[in-house]
Design a protein around this ligand. Sequence first.
Ligand SMILES: [Zn+2]
Length: 101
Amino acid sequence: MTGIAHSIKISLWFYRRIHFTIGYEAFKIRLETTKVNARNTSSICPRLGCRSRLKDIGGRTLKCPKCGFIGDRDVVAIINLSHEYLRCGMPRGRPKRSQAR
Ligand SMILES: [Zn+2]
């Protein structure tokens, strides 16, 4: 195994472990979990009513050219996912069920 392949394997192991742990802890308290596609979740401004495409300003930080919002790309993704799937506690679409159970 090459150094790059080993690095990828180690970094994916960490995310798989987090995914498993969240599913396991949710299962223990009988919460339903879902797996959603995170594609493009950090590219749209999370301010309600804006929805402009964000520009990368370096250091994993994004800025909205329309409203001036500045935020970390991971935080932006979480805000957009919460807008999409946690409205009134019900998802808008039908995301795939988690395989981590
Ligand atoms: Zn904006």
